[in-house]
Design a binder for this molecule. Structure first.
Ligand code: FAD
Length: 345
């Protein structure tokens, strides 16, 4: 946009000068912050610095006061904490009540949260009660500084073929949810200091219709999004059996097994292992793609990994363009040899 047009667009906008700051709505479970929230604090820090404003965090739950300090260590200047027994487990009404109370009092110009099941529910519930919109599932965030202070929230559209940048010109706050794994958390800095503000929970248990009877925890907790090493298999494996071979390599490396959609759709492995547009977005330290061709819908889920190794018998497989290291050959020979070499170390 030419400078003149930009200025005109900013002049046409309402005066939002009483809305300032970037706020991250933190997701936590049993007193532990979700990694997507820490990643958002890292990204939020950049946006707040560009806008020369504060980065705030909102923590809701029970026995979560210790998280305020943690959020400051990860980049927040100010943390709002609502800690009450009624807020122990996530429920839409009491959580959205606290959020709305804080957003109306504090008036942040930007509100961000993870596009997790909880984040999607909460962001939607908040947006319907505010005169604003919500851009869901973003993968890139930026801001246009003075004078418009617009959030440029980009998300894949048309099966990842396009990137749509969505602006919220007429309303505040500007709200977005973002995928896990696309942004980077700042290193935990225990020398950082900030302000902690207590927010009362005004909703009593009698007013909350939904009751949480119990949570069913998986005995073997599988967390693809937070894994540091992922060994992912695709259609090249040819069936469910070879996934045991990948599991052996993942175990030897201290990692977990991921998969392409082709392998999931074939019923060889559960959907919770799927990486990509309709699966999880991951950014491990090491991603080994085995028998995966490198379709764009797979790449969007893993291209931010620190180190990518691809094993494929087709030297022209597109995955080699994204990989840091490529091994051309038959996976049925390479994987057992690799596993044996790792175990020997
Ligand atoms: P293929 O493309 O069939 O590749 C198999 C590879 O294995 C080939 O490169 C082949 O050379 C290699 N190979 C075969 N045998 C061997 C061997 N013995 N040794 C070594 N290499 C071997 N895909 C995802 O992964 N995740 C998503 O979330 C996702 N979402 C999608 C959403 C939409 C809307 C659409 C339209 C598609 C989506 N897809 C997704 C599907 C995607 O387009 C591809 O079809 C899929 O990723 C292909 O999986 P693949 O690489 O395992 O299989």
């Amino acid at each position: 946009m030419a400078e003149e047009n930009k200025k005109k667009a900013a002049d046409d906008m309402p005066d939002w000068s009483d809305y300032r700051g970037v706020m991250i709505v933190v997701e936590q479970r049993a007193g532990k912050a979700a990694s997507v929230s820490l990643q958002l604090l890292g990204e939020g820090r950049k946006l707040a610095d560009k806008l020369e404003t504060e980065l705030m965090a909102l923590v809701i739950g029970h026995d979560v006061r210790h998280l305020a300090e943690e959020m400051i260590y990860y980049g927040a200047d100010k943390v709002y904490v609502s800690d009450a027994p009624e807020l122990k487990d996530y429920r839409t009404r009491p959580y959205s009540r606290v959020c709305l109370q804080v957003l109306r009092d504090v008036k942040p110009e930007i509100v961000l949260q993870g596009a997790t099941a909880t984040g999607r529910d909460l962001a939607g519930a908040i947006a319907t009660h505010l005169p604003t919109g919500l851009t869901a599932d973003c993968t890139i965030l930026d801001v246009e500084p003075h004078p418009s202070r617009l959030l440029l929230a980009s998300r894949p559209a048309f099966s990842e073929k396009m990137l749509a940048t969505i602006l919220c010109k007429q309303y505040r706050p500007q709200m977005a949810t973002t995928r896990a794994g696309v942004f980077e958390a700042l290193p935990r800095d225990t020398t950082r200091t900030g302000e902690v503000i207590t927010v009362e929970n005004t909703m009593k248990e009698e007013e909350i219709a939904a009751k949480v009877l119990r949570f069913i925890e998986e005995t073997e907790r599988f967390n693809l999004e937070d894994a540091e090493i992922i060994v992912a298999g695709g259609r090249g494996l040819g069936g469910p059996e070879p996934f045991k071979m990948l599991q052996d390599l993942a175990d030897a490396l201290g990692g977990v097994v991921g998969a392409s959609r082709a392998a999931v759709d074939a019923g060889w492995i559960e959907h919770k292992h799927q990486v990509g547009q309709t699966g999880y977005t991951v950014r491990p330290k090491l991603y080994i793609a085995v028998g995966i061709s490198g379709a764009v819908q797979h790449l969007v889920g893993m291209q931010n990994s620190d180190l990518i190794v691809a094993i494929n018998r087709d030297p022209d497989a597109p995955i080699f363009k994204t990989a840091n290291y490529g091994i051309v050959g038959d996976l049925f020979q390479i994987i057992p040899a690799l596993t044996a070499a790792v175990k020997e170390k």
